[in-house]
Design a protein around this ligand. Sequence first.
Ligand SMILES: Nc1nc2c(ncn2[C@@H]2O[C@H](COP(=O)(O)OP(=O)(O)OP(=O)(O)O)[C@@H](O)[C@H]2O)c(=O)[nH]1
Ligand SMILES: C=C(OP(=O)(O)O)C(=O)O
Length: 213
Amino acid sequence: MDPVRWSVVVPAKRLGAAKTRLHPLTGGPAAGDRHAVLVLALLADTVAAARACPAVDDVVVVTDDDRAAAAVAALGARTVPDAPDRGLNPALAHGAGAAVTAAVAALSSDLPALRPAELAAALAAAEGAPRGFVADAAGTGTTLLTAAGVPLDPRFGRGSAAAHTAAGALPLGGDWPGLRRDVDTPADLAAAAALGLGPATAALLPRLLPRTG
Ligand SMILES: Nc1nc2c(ncn2[C@@H]2O[C@H](COP(=O)(O)OP(=O)(O)OP(=O)(O)O)[C@@H](O)[C@H]2O)c(=O)[nH]1
Ligand SMILES: C=C(OP(=O)(O)O)C(=O)O
């Protein structure tokens, strides 16, 4: 049987409003462009890894941010506006509606240590179930939600691993450290750096984490 082809949907808020838990590193939008540059780098490394994944035909970024849209388009992703404008899960459902394949996955936009091969392995593991998910490193959140020919039904947010399990999605087990390492806090960025960052985030590290960069 031929391997399943996937569309990957990636959400991206306006850069200045996103990732407020990283303000201690960047000073937030009030301190200048540093914050937006970091949020954009996390997104760019995530999208580049998804684009390089052999199982992925299409990467759809849901965003109203012109700068984010231009950056991911340069990496070969498509963009759709966040037409619902009602938060993360409506944005993901909207992106899934724009997918070109029957198999659709929602991927966090803050995975700078993601490797194309681990995404490919997780998507291959997801072929066996109508809906599946990969929990984040803490085990409570979700970094990847898959739907093979059924509605995505995203339930991202606090406690989303339990919410996705309760909604019938299969927890996918595998040694995928980069896929599980979302960057919400400065400590998460240090942990991602220990795994190995994509080029956009790596270029910023010496200024952000001088002791580890
Ligand atoms: N398009 C779109 N993306 C969203 C929306 N809400 C969150 N996201 C994106 O989804 C990803 C995960 O969301 P959160 O972890 O809640 O991120 P956040 O709200 O930016 O982070 P904090 O302010 O630190 O809580 C982030 O990269 C956001 O850019 C939304 O309403 N629309
Ligand atoms: C949105 C989520 O989490 P975070 O805020 O950690 O990105 C999630 O894990 O569903």
